[in-house]
Design a protein around this ligand. Structure first.
Ligand code: PHE
Length: 350
């Protein structure tokens, strides 16, 4: 076979091998070693160029160099191609799909009791009442003494107090939000108009309508010329905002040492429009809390002149409001932490 024919044959084999057996960088290296490298076939062929007749040698040399450039160009092109493919493949296999949704942590919602507090606060804000908060751990002076419940008074027992400490000074979990009446009046001069939402505690056996912890909203307004009708008007307005425009408020005589006169107040049942149903236990009325005109002794105790100022106060049971509004029939559900119960309020708007 002539030298030129051998070159042609080598070109054909090298090109075919490149197409057939080179599929990654290692096999490309092997191909390079076989055909192009220092010990490769083309080098071996070139070594034998001396035996080519002298007049054919220049052409043989040109052709051999041309083949070397050609194979080198093939090699470089293929190497670039494989490197790109390799990168593309690694990008694919190592890829992080940033569009995949992450693991969602459960989103909490406002507790129904606090939704109701927000709602009631808004209603009272429009009537000029500021919302304030007070301590849940109280001293006897505010929980009782300044509310006209001296320590020897039998009424003190009515509140089923959870006592935290009794050695030096009586420290209790507040049994109602009323101690904030005294705290606020001590701090401010009339006119006073506040509501005080918060937790309260009583040592009680639990059942569907009693809990050892529950929530109240205290209301207090003190100024010149505050009258019982103002109290009734304010409570009626709240009931209408909460339960509809036809609601009525009922006062009945009741006794609380810090008000005179004292009442318990009820709203007529929104479910049956006061006719009597299961929710209102056929009475037509739903009890909401206690209220009355601030006792002159309470005003005196905080340094207000009872000849000049009068005021009203009320205490609402918040769980009770939610129960009425949403037909909840067991008070224990509120602190029971059952998500199936709580989730039902997630969409309720305030
Ligand atoms: N603090 C009273 C209770 O918890 C309710 C109340 C508040 C009564 C204000 C009159 C005035 O029973």
């Amino acid at each position: 076979m002539s030298f030129l024919d051998q070159l042609a044959e080598l070109r054909a084999r090298a090109t075919a091998a490149l197409a057939e057996s080179v599929h990654d960088l290692p096999s490309l290296q092997a191909w390079e070693r076989q055909f192009l490298g220092g010990r490769g076939e083309l080098t071996a062929l070139l070594r034998g160029i001396g035996s080519v007749p002298a007049e054919e040698r220049p052409e043989a040399g040109r052709e051999a160099n041309a083949l070397k450039r050609e194979l080198t160009a093939h090699y470089e092109a293929r190497e670039a191609e494989l490197a790109t493919a390799d990168l593309a493949q690694r990008l694919e296999s190592d890829a992080v799909d940033v569009t995949l949704p992450g693991r969602r942590s459960p989103l909490g919602t406002v507790h129904p009791v606090w939704k109701m507090i927000d709602e009631v606060s808004q209603i009272f804000a429009l009537m000029g009442f500021e919302t304030v908060f007070g301590p849940e751990v109280e001293i006897g002076r505010y929980n009782f003494d300044l509310l006209n419940i001296p320590s020897d008074h039998p009424a003190r027992d009515v509140w089923d107090t959870i006592i935290v400490e009794s050695d030096r000074e009586e420290i209790v979990l507040r049994t109602h939000t009323s101690p904030m009446q005294a705290r606020i009046m001590e701090q401010r001069e009339p006119p006073v108009r506040v509501i005080v939402p918060g937790r309260t505690y009583r040592y009680e056996a639990q059942d569907a309508s009693h809990e050892w912890m529950f929530t109240q909203i205290e209301g207090l307004a003190v100024d010149e010329n505050i009258k019982m009708t103002d109290l009734k008007g304010v409570l009626q307005e709240m009931a209408r905002q909460l339960f509809g425009p036809n609601r009525r408020i009922r006062f009945r005589c009741d006794f609380f040492p810090f008000v005179e006169p004292g009442v318990d107040f009820a709203v007529d049942c929104a479910i049956c429009d006061g006719k009597g149903c299961r929710v209102c236990k056929q009475t037509g009325w739903l009890e909401m809390g206690g209220a009355g005109m601030v006792h002159p002794r309470v005003l005196q105790g905080v340094g207000y002149d009872p000849e000049r100022y009068t005021g009203f106060a009320f205490g609402l049971g918040v769980e009770r409001l939610v129960m009425m509004k949403y037909g909840v029939n067991d008070l224990r559900a509120f602190a029971g932490n059952d998500l199936r119960f709580l989730r039902q309020f997630a969409a309720a708007t305030i």
